[in-house]
Design a protein. Structure first.
Length: 278
């Protein structure tokens, strides 16, 4: 009898845990505004993308939002009114990103106003880039290594650019920025050398060329991508689990002002052993 009671208690706990997981109410996120904006220290133009969320069960559909009014200003008096070049994609025309400046984005659409602010963090150089095998998979993984500045809290985002080799009969490459990103905190590695793998939408194959971008981001942007990466494997812009946003008035997404550094290009030669390029 005692054994049956214990089993019943365990079953109740499991049921409660399952209910807690399911209580994400993912389908009700449909129709919400998603704003994804980035300003960096590289030459512009910079992009702010507006879309409507989709349901958890329809992750391949993105609904662009057209006709919005978007401006970006900075604390040095800079002002830019963004232009919509394709549905849902709004680009700056005059703005130049500068480390240390604070940027304010304002968007007006469907009678509502949305605001976000970000301060551009200093860049951190990439020391090396490499390709190695993975303990959990036979597929090769790209990685970068860099030195974290000591004494300050830092957050990073890594983005992989993959030039996919087709075959020896053509010089064509599929050059794609990978949508999957990784984020890093120096909470346990302040002032140390950090080595981190980078995420890819596709398997890396012999002949492919890799380049990694390292963004120095703020904590709200880190929190967004960290939550997104841990709540869904989708690379879609709409986030099923609604990660935290630094944009006002209930919009999903993020606005980021960050400095970026790029690694050298690496060509994968088919060798899965540890292979660092300095």
């Amino acid at each position: 009898m005692k054994r049956l009671t214990i089993l019943a208690m365990i079953a109740a706990l499991i049921t409660t845990a399952c209910r807690k997981d399911i209580h994400l109410n993912l389908q009700n996120a449909s129709g919400l505004l998603v704003i994804e904006g980035n300003v960096n220290d590289q030459p512009g133009p910079y992009l702010v993308q507006l879309s409507k969320t989709v349901t958890f069960y329809d992750q391949d559909t993105v609904v662009p939002v057209s006709g919005a009014t978007i401006t970006i200003t900075d604390d040095a008096g800079g002002y830019d009114s963004l232009q919509e070049l394709t549905p849902g994609y709004y680009y700056t025309t005059t703005l130049s990103g500068t480390v240390g400046r604070t940027y304010h984005m304002h968007a007006h659409t469907d009678g509502k106003d949305y605001d976000a602010t970000g301060t551009m963090q200093p860049p951190v150089a990439v020391d090396s880039i490499g390709i190695s095998g993975s303990f959990f998979s036979s597929n090769p993984r790209g990685f970068i290594q860099f030195s974290d500045p000591a004494g300050i809290v830092n957050y990073y985002r890594t983005v992989l650019y993959l030039h996919q080799y087709i075959d020896s009969t053509t010089t064509d490459f599929h050059h794609t920025r990978q949508h999957k990103v990784a984020v890093i905190s120096d909470r346990l590695s302040d002032g140390l050398t950090i080595q981190s793998s980078v995420r890819s939408d596709y398997d890396i194959k012999t002949g492919d060329t890799l380049q990694v971008r390292l963004d120095a981001i703020e904590k709200p942007v880190y929190d967004y991508w960290y939550t997104l990466n841990n709540s869904t494997t989708s690379s879609n812009t709409a986030a099923p689990a609604n990660p935290p946003s630094n944009i006002s008035n209930g919009a999903l997404g993020y606005f980021s002002a960050h400095a970026s550094t790029f690694s050298k290009h690496v060509i994968y030669d088919g060798n899965l052993r540890f292979h660092r390029i300095d």
